[in-house]
Design a protein around this ligand. Sequence first.
Ligand code: AMP
Length: 298
Amino acid sequence: MLHFSTSRTATSQSRNSVGTMKSVTSIAELRAARAKLPETVGLVPTMGFLHEGHLSLVRRARSECACVVVSIFVNPSQFSPSEDLEAYPRDTPRDLSLLEAEGVDLVWMPDAAVMYPPGYQTWVDVKEVTQPLEGGMRPGHFRGVATVVAKLFNAVQPQKAYFGQKDAQQVVVIQQMRRDLNFPLEVVVVPTAREADGLAMSSRNVYLDSEERIAATVLFNALNAAKDAHLAGERDAEKLRQIMEDTINAEPLAKLQYLSCAHPETLQELEKVETGALLSMAVFLGKTRLIDNLVLKE
Ligand code: AMP
């Protein structure tokens, strides 16, 4: 069941010290504005409520591309009915002024009714790599993600698309889809932006109360405890998982949902770490679900 919000048709254009940023909503407006952009075009897909993590993607795109397109779309099809679609934080005026200050050329803010008009029935279903980890906890999530990203790629036709390492499985799924569906673009992966105490930046961090916010550093601490053990020579994946679990369980406000030490490409759980691994986890702080990850390299 998709939730449609009321339609918004306004097109705005404003000027700043960097240049002219245009924002559009419909596919027709987007295609017309895109056609005027010189290549290379870099696309940064977001769900808005922007923070420094998003802006690090925008800056990377700005440094590598002639033009930067940012999409803002809280994609209903990647939320299950029990998840926080309606409550997902939104602040469009603030997002637009942040993007304008970064010198973004074009912002696309489609409505759900633009992306999924009545009668919509085409879905992108990536198989194996969507099954474990986030896919195991959030059935249908990556079907929604892959579908909306395919639609963004088709509409914007960027030469480069920027995604955060923060959502490690999303990167694997998008790379798989890009190969399988022959999208002629490069996927660029940008490192996770963190707060000073190591907490990965996330739009959902605003849900944390002050005690939960302090306790939330436990994800980064658990990942680092396993990384230190790996650096010291530990190659038994189960021991690395145990180290992370013990760290999470030592924090009374944290409730572990899953953790993993997996192959960085197949995302299958490892017994031995031989050529690198993806450490990842989902942890509840109160009602807020946080994810984080770290890549172990040989
Ligand atoms: P979202 O708005 O949460 O869908 O995120 C949009 C993009 O920003 C995705 O590619 C995310 O992986 C990326 N992103 C979100 N948080 C961070 C972060 N802390 N560091 C780097 N990239 C991030």
